[in-house]
Design a protein around this ligand. Structure first.
Ligand SMILES: Cc1cc2nc3c(=O)[nH]c(=O)nc-3n(C[C@H](O)[C@H](O)[C@H](O)COP(=O)(O)OP(=O)(O)OC[C@H]3O[C@@H](n4cnc5c(N)ncnc54)[C@H](O)[C@@H]3O)c2cc1C
Length: 414
């Protein structure tokens, strides 16, 4: 028998929890949250450091504390949760196929759906480091799970490749647990993670960050016993003669995150080449009407606060769709990247709400910049633009009412 719901939310990280809460608050009565793990909370469960919710709640929570706050709110709503439930398929007609030991094989027809499956880490094959394939190479998120949830130290002499936030946080965490983090090596000429994490996780612990460096070989037979690092030129190619062998027993990779979009592909959603998540409007609706998206499955956000913000918009949008309250009076226009913009979210404007833009610069500019949004002709000044810090700009709906052509966003030096 097919189960019928108003709104189905897939994934219970901060995006999915917030979306489910807001779908219920906005009037959808039958809201179902599906989560493949045995507990709610997503990646926050293993993020035991602080720094969560500074913007949203003006509090400095750890990941589990932040999740608990949302879970309590969810429990007081009428949202139904199916845990240990893996969604295996999604059709463009909004039919979900899922498997769970408790409920068996499920088919769920939803009036609207929110995708909140988060993202996954890039691994060694995705960056193609040559060398042997010994034990001791793991992604920073897996190491975080080992240390914070399973109570297992993955190594004692550690090299980290990539300076994404998870790698920076793990440099500090492993140091506090007694391991020696020899250094963090970053191929770009600027760090991948937030400045606050470079300061608090590396500088405060005297862990060196080597910019414009990469690993060109992994040594070791059964277990990693060293890595060869090399400087790179401006085209990111290793420079011959700069190779240096570093002895270590563990290599952590913190080389990027990718939206978890297998289900998005199955539903036939249009994907963005830049974010690798679904192309989305300002109300978080994808290219398939009634399917909404939020959080890191849409684009990888810097902060949980932004994830929750998109969750709230997606939950509200999904409830309104399920209740038949969405009216489309106009076609949508694209939002496109201009000068020095690497990615933008959302990528489409459908004239239903204010446009809240998340913008990531392509190259760092360490002097005052102007962020230009044309049309409507808005200019916002900032002291700098950095690829590792998203810029958020809000354009009121009224200013966009007459827009007829694509909205171009550019970052220019002043
Ligand atoms: C190591 C680390 C440190 C961070 N530090 C900070 C910080 O200090 N401050 C801050 O603001 N932010 C921080 N963040 C960012 C923030 O935690 C994340 O951006 C946020 O948790 C992502 O939320 P999400 O809901 O999009 O995804 P997730 O939390 O990843 O949740 C996705 C959920 O979907 C479920 N799921 C996936 N596929 C399926 C399926 N097919 N069927 C059923 N369920 C499925 C998963 O099991 C998971 O529970 C950090 C992130 C990481 C990884």
């Amino acid at each position: 028998m097919i189960m019928q719901v108003d709104v189905a939310v897939i994934g219970s990280g901060p995006a999915g929890l917030t979306a489910a809460i807001h779908a219920h608050k906005s009037g959808a009565r039958k809201v179902l949250l599906l989560e493949r793990e045995e507990e709610l909370g997503g990646i926050l469960k293993q993020c035991i450091h602080n720094g969560f919710g500074l913007e949203q709640f003006k509090k400095d929570y750890t990941g589990p504390e932040y999740a608990e706050r949302l879970i309590k709110e969810l429990e007081q709503s009428g949202v139904q949760c199916f845990l240990n439930t893996l969604v295996t398929d999604l059709s463009s007609h909004r039919v979900i196929t899922a498997l769970s030991p408790e409920h068996g094989a499920l088919e769920i027809a939803a009036k609207s759906i929110v995708l909140a499956m988060g993202c996954r880490e890039r691994t060694r094959p995705s960056i193609g480091i040559p060398g042997t394939r010994p034990a001791g190479i793991l992604t920073a998120g897996v190491a975080q799970r080992f240390v914070n949830i399973d109570g297992y130290l993955p190594g004692k002499r550690i090299v980290i490749l990539g300076s994404g936030d998870i790698g920076l946080i793990m440099a500090r965490r492993l140091t506090l647990e007694g391991a020696r983090v020899i250094g963090v090596y970053e191929i770009m000429s600027y760090p991948g993670g937030l400045k606050r994490n470079v300061v608090q996780c590396l500088n405060d612990f005297d862990i060196p960050l080597h910019l414009s460096h990469t690993i060109t070989e992994i040594k070791g037979k059964d277990r990693v016993d060293g890595v060869v690092i090399s400087k790179v030129d401006s085209n990111l190619h290793p420079i011959k003669g700069t190779e240096k062998l570093i002895e270590c027993d563990t290599l952590l990779l913190s080389v990027g995150l990718i939206p978890e979009n297998e289900l998005s592909k199955k539903a036939g959603l249009e994907l963005s080449a830049a974010t690798r998540g679904p192309v989305t409007t300002e109300i978080m609706e994808t290219s398939v009407p009634g399917i909404f998206t939020c959080g890191n499955v849409s684009t990888v956000f810097d902060l949980v606060d932004y994830v929750a913000q998109t969750g709230a918009a997606a939950g509200t949008g999904a409830a309104r769709y399920a209740l038949g309250q969405v009216s489309r009076s106009k076609q949508s226009v694209d939002v496109v990247a201009g000068e020095n913009v690497r990615l933008l979210f959302p990528q489409r404007y459908s004239f239903q709400n204010d446009l809240v833009l998340f913008i990531r610069a392509a190259e760092p500019v360490e002097k005052p910049v102007s962020i230009e949004i044309m049309p409507p002709g808005s200019r916002i000044n900032r002291l700098y633009a950095r690829p590792n810090e998203m810029v958020i700009v809000k354009i009121p709906k009224e200013k966009l009412a007459e827009v007829k052509r694509p909205i171009m966003v550019s970052i220019r030096e002043k």
